[in-house]
Design a protein around this ligand. Sequence first.
Ligand SMILES: [Zn+2]
Length: 255
Amino acid sequence: MSKSSPATLAGASPVSRSVDYMAIGAHPDDIELGCGGTLLRLASLGKRGVLVDMTDASMGTRGTPEIRAKEARAAAKVLGAERVNLGLPDGRLADGWDAQKRLIDQIRLWRPKVILTHHRHEEHPDHETTARIVKQAMYKAGLAKLDVAGTPHRPGRLFSFIGMEAHEPSFCVDISPFWDAKIKAVLCYKSQFHNPAAGKFKGKTDLASPAFLEFLSVRNRFWGTRIRRRYAEAFVTGELPEVHDITALGGERFA
Ligand SMILES: [Zn+2]
């Protein structure tokens, strides 16, 4: 994949690029882990979206950028979304104008209503840097006098998915009916997960631990308990969510 220009990975369509959501992750697989179930729910509601990976994961202990690109394509199909890779340097991701402009180009192209990305406080520095770049690009994409091609556009909402760190969510999304499909999307990244036959890619990482999928399940089950559902994903938002029907906010007892 080219390092110099973003590459559309999945089903690039010349039809209207005005999408409902844009999910942004530092590395291919971050989106699936952080908000895959929520994106599957949006797809079931007929919502359209695009996944943006900032880097090609070339610093990943396991796999290669080519393998990750292929895996990312397969996962995007499961999530029912388009996918773009910005080709920024993995492990050296920096919040500067180059990165911001690449993302502004995508925001102006796809014109999403909302953006989902990493929380600004995370263990992986690339995740934190991505959150900073997103904040800059999301605001600046709406500036009319900015020296960037395209019509100005500023998405209305920014939602941060929660990784392993302790953050109190603003709300949780019930992903119980979509749990199996979320795991299917996650397991598209065969090079990243436990695989005794992984050959030369069997470096040790958290994801490659046999315990990781159990850990992921426990994490999503934990958020599920917060809203009395089997599985949920949790989000932080800086602005209060606007509610129209307070009788449709869940809270029913377990069946
Ligand atoms: Zn990552």
